[in-house]
Write a protein that binds this ligand. Structure first.
Ligand code: HPA
Length: 261
């Protein structure tokens, strides 16, 4: 059974370096995941992979069945997930082409199913640190090993989309402490926490956010920057799976402890 999961986003519909050996369709009590889970290996480690927008990029961010996607990973026995995605850069260091491992999230999504505890049971999960510290460190160590520069912290503001932001929204998000903007980190991260799965993100800054960019934002820019960054992602992922994962120091595996009323 694979232990690691990878979710990819805009402009990346497969995992560079992943040799696929099987594909598994999983049905869940929450409906259908975005696609079949592709099972494969990198550096001898078994991995399950899912493109969050579907293989043909036909599911917009606000329509992704995040609960089904996460539940499906758990059904497959996945305990750790790396999410790969695109984001707009807000603060000065977040220039297009840079890679970042965010450590915080501000959630501005609305109307998404963002919990598995919707009925009968009241659970308040701790989400002080939305990403797994162990997994984040392992990604940063892998980047160091692959000699690829990554920005080692950052606050990701998650908008509902699918429209891009106004310039005033980006100015407001910046004042709130956001470094980068995207549409999919939530509720993905909190659902993983509710399932006691470790999750961390590796994001490509594909464009400067609205109002910071001089020109109109285009999807072409996102896809092109993602394509240019694929080689770097591949090297980080390869280094990641080439290294031994240290024993857990994080609390993700006991996230539900002391969270139920
Ligand atoms: N805004 C929201 N989501 C995004 C952006 C952006 O500028 N770039 C890539 N995903």
């Amino acid at each position: 059974m694979p232990v690691f999961g990878i979710i990819s986003g805009s402009g990346l519909y497969d995992v560079p370096g992943l040799e696929i050996t099987d594909s598994v369709k999983v049905s869940t009590p929450y409906g259908e995941p975005s696609d079949v889970y592709r099972i494969g290996s990198i550096s001898g480690k078994e991995i399950a992979f899912l493109p969050r927008h579907g293989a043909l990029h036909h599911i917009p961010p606000h329509r992704i069945n995040y609960r089904a996607n996460m539940w499906g990973f758990r059904e497959l026995g996945i305990r750790k997930i790396i999410t790969i995605g695109a984001a707009g850069g807000i603060t000065d260091t977040m220039i297009p082409g840079s890679l970042t491992v965010p450590d915080q999230i501000i959630d501005f999504t609305k109307g998404r199913n963002s919990t598995f505890y919707d009925e009968n049971e009241v659970v308040h999960i701790d989400f002080t640190d939305p990403y797994c510290s162990d997994l984040r460190q392992h990604i940063m160590d892998a980047a160091g090993k692959a000699a690829i520069k990554v920005i080692t912290s950052g606050t990701y503001v998650c908008t509902n989309g699918p429209r891009l932001e106004t310039a005033a929204e980006i100015r407001a998000y910046k004042q709130l402490g956001s470094d980068m903007v995207g549409m999919t980190a939530m509720p993905e991260a909190v659902l993983a926490r509710e399932l006691e799965i470790c999750l961390a993100g590796l994001y490509v800054i594909t464009n400067s956010a609205a109002g910071i960019a001089k020109d109109k934002l285009t999807v072409r820019e996102v896809v092109e920057t993602m394509a240019v960054s694929t080689e770097k992602i591949k090297l980080i992922i390869k280094a990641f799976f080439g290294m031994d994962f240290p024993g857990p120091a994080c609390f993700c595996g006991q996230a539900l402890k002391d969270s139920k009323i």
